[in-house]
Design a protein around this ligand. Structure first.
Ligand code: VGL
Ligand code: ZN
Length: 199
């Protein structure tokens, strides 16, 4: 996925966005993403790089009410997952989130789903206020919340770098993850690997 010439050297104005690294999206969880746990060491290294330079880190979380419209028992496409304040909605314990991580909860209303961390949250304003112009993105799942979060960031005018080794897909349809990465690249995102992030 990575291409030559796509290295990014971190500087002021950069932020890390970690998308939905929650127990329910990990192996054993209610909506497990295959190999979802493999991204955690990669994201921990990204966290260390950003922390070292005191660059901000934002962590989104799916934070649904028990009767959320996306759940199968409400006619939606997904099993019950990431119900607010349940263990499944908690961030993966292995993810080393710094204390000052900014947590962004989304899709909290029963009748609306939101795959993008920018939708119905104050993430856009927070990034704006912090003068963020470039974001590095990793998390779950490539073909849903990562995809739409990246497209939102691009629409907001951000330069976006997606960690190909820091995302995994649900892949309900074969290759959905690869197609999602292609969509992100076509929309203007840089698809990189952790090794391309320089401090
Ligand atoms: C997600 C399916 C349902 C995600 C959230 O975080 O990608 N996927 N809710
Ligand atoms: Zn959800």
């Amino acid at each position: 996925m990575s291409r030559a010439g796509q290295a990014v050297t971190l500087r002021e104005g950069d932020a890390l966005i970690l998308v939905d690294v929650q127990n329910d999206f990990l192996p054993g969880g209610a909506l497990a993403v295959d190999q979802g746990d493999c991204i955690i060491p990669v994201l921990n290294q990204a966290i260390a790089l950003f922390s070292k330079q005191r660059l901000p880190i934002y962590a989104t979380r799916d934070w649904h009410p028990p009767n959320h419209c996306s759940f199968a028992d409400q006619g939606g496409p997904w099993p019950v997952h990431c119900v607010a304040d349940t263990p499944g909605a908690a961030f993966a314990p292995a993810l080393k989130l710094p204390r000052d991580t900014v947590i962004i909860s989304k899709a909290q209303l029963p009748d609306y789903d939101a795959y993008s961390g920018f939708e119905g949250t104050d993430l856009p304003k927070k990034l704006d206020d912090a003068l963020i112009t470039r974001v590095v993105v990793g998390g779950l799942a490539t073909d849903y919340c990562v995809l739409f979060t990246v497209l939102s960031a691009l629409l907001q005018g951000m330069e976006v770098y997606v960690l190909a080794d820091g995302v995994r897909a649900v892949n309900i349809k074969a290759h959905a993850g690869e197609l999602a990465l292609q969509r992100m690249r076509t929309a203007g995102a840089h698809i990189i690997r952790l090794e391309d992030v320089k401090s």
